[in-house]
Design a protein around this ligand. Structure first.
Ligand code: ADQ
Length: 448
């Protein structure tokens, strides 16, 4: 059999990869003969039109650079100011500009030309995420007939939302050039099917297939996962090594871990915690929230705004409730090493994973995997995270409903051990069965 070629916008350049997708693909590529291809992260004046090998690492990697113009228009522009908000139900903040779309197509075309130089006829190609939707079409234009699959890490919008993008149906055409289109959740499969049929004049066939010129495409959910066993071991080791002062015997810890993105619902979470403190004076000084949020996509207006809003809210809540020995919220704007994060999850009593919209959300899975099964913490999970379909034993909340979330915080903090264990056992059983190897095997079997 040929090689597996994985393509994503960014590839990790260092020798030790970390982070959601990075860990997931790393494990897949370690167990198959594969290459990982993506941008290097370097911005240069005249990018070379050739893929270059990345030295070292446990499997083959190849990369290419972007120009400043491509970074602005393809990456920050069409990918992150059009497709990202569109796919997360925020059509109101899309920035529609013709040069964004032009550049998006041009980078994908350029990548297709570079790929055609290295792909062999029996290779399978696995394209990742919204930055690279048109890639299959451009590879077909170059005469490639390989099996090509696509996995979308974000949600897929409803047909109605898709119409907010001028020529939004082009996205459906791009999708029709793949043999398999993988989604995170069933809700996304339903949206994509409906869009293909209602807007793309496609024909729905049996077995999750849809026919749209030029081929039959299988659209199915492959919920991304983690190596739960490995993460539990890591958390067990690391909780011992947490610096003194992180934990206080008289104080319960609630944790939130998200890139600082407007989809993650951090302001709504802070408001709910404020409401909880308002209602329960007896909990003052006995609980604190640790929110870890490294900034991303800095310089994009919506991201500057969310940062300001979050800082303002945490400042206001701390100002209102803190006393000389306690501040309710610790808000950290930096990435934290993966192993420290694992220890922190294990040391926490409650995790708040409350996005307004999220493809899957791996933090929810990491938190569950990290718990001590004899004395597990409680997961509060948004109904709008793809993970909610697989994790019904979490406390499911609507992040827009501040009062309900405040009540859920109380429920989580007061939950008897027997209930915590029952919920955790059920969550952990599924995580062990449906781990990252199950995810990639499922997708690759469908790809054939
Ligand atoms: P993200 O939106 O980045 O991913 P998520 O699934 O939560 O969201 O993955 C984030 C990863 O980064 C986790 O592994 C987490 O541990 C790590 N991380 C987060 N904050 C960190 C911090 N401060 N320091 C260090 N590490 C941190 C997108 C989609 C998701 C989907 C994933 C994978 O938006 O819905 O689950 O891809 O498909």
């Amino acid at each position: 059999m040929g090689r597996l070629i994985c393509i994503s916008n960014r590839i990790p350049m260092g020798p030790n990869p970390s982070g959601g997708l990075v860990v997931a693909l790393h494990d897949t590529l370690m167990s198959t003969k594969g290459i990982w291809i993506g941008t290097s992260g370097e911005i240069v004046e005249n990018p070379e039109n050739r893929l270059r090998p990345v030295e070292g690492g446990p499997f083959e990697r190849m990369c290419f650079d972007l120009s400043e113009n491509e970074q602005e228009n393809y990456y920050f522009g069409f990918s992150n100011q059009v497709l990202w908000p569109l796919f997360h139900g925020r059509t109101d903040i899309m920035e529609i500009h013709a040069e964004y779309l032009d550049s998006y197509k041009e980078v994908n075309r350029r990548l297709a030309r570079m790929l055609a130089e290295v792909v062999q006829p029996d290779d399978r190609i696995w394209v990742h995420d919204y930055q690279l939707l048109p890639l299959a079409q451009y590879l077909r234009d170059m005469g490639l007939s390989n099996r090509i699959g696509f996995f979308l890490h974000t949600p897929f919008p409803t047909p109605l939302a898709l119409q907010a993008l001028p020529n939004g149906t082009e996205i459906l055409e791009w999708m029709s050039h793949y043999h398999v289109v993988g989604m995170q959740a069933e809700r996304d499969v339903r949206n994509a099917m409906a869009a293909m049929v209602e807007l793309g004049n496609a024909q729905e066939l049996a077995g999750g297939f849809v026919y749209m010129e030029p081929r039959q495409t299988r659209i199915a959910a492959f919920p991304i996962a983690i190596d739960a066993d490995e993460f539990r071991t890591l958390a067990e080791e690391q909780v011992q090594k947490l610096p003194a002062g992180v934990l206080k015997p008289e104080r319960r810890l609630m944790i939130g871990v998200d890139r600082l993105d407007y989809t993650k619902g951090v302001p709504q979470r802070f408001k709910a915690f404020g409401e909880f403190l308002e209602r329960h004076e007896d909990w003052h000084r006995h609980v604190s929230m640790l929110q870890i949020s490294p900034p991303t996509r800095e310089g994009v207006e919506a991201y500057d705004n969310i940062r300001e809003e979050t800082e303002l809210l945490s400042g206001r809540i701390n100002g209102q409730f803190a006393d000389i020995s306690w501040a309710p919220i610790r808000f950290i704007n930096r990435p934290i090493p993966r192993e420290v994060l694992a220890g922190l999850y294990r040391a926490s009593d409650v995790a708040l994973v409350t996005p307004l919209m999220d493809g899957m959300n791996l933090v929810a899975k990491e938190f569950v995997a990290a718990q001590d099964r004899d004395d597990p913490g409680v997961l509060i999970l948004s109904q709008f995270a793809g993970a909610a379909e697989q994790m019904p034993d979490a406390l499911i909340v609507n992040p827009h409903d501040t009062e309900q979330m405040a009540t859920s915080i109380m429920t989580a903090l007061a939950m008897p051990l027997i209930d915590r264990r029952r919920r955790h056992d059920a969550l952990m059983d599924r995580l062990m069965k449906h781990d990252v190897a199950w995810w990639s095997k499922g997708f690759l079997t469908a790809l054939g």
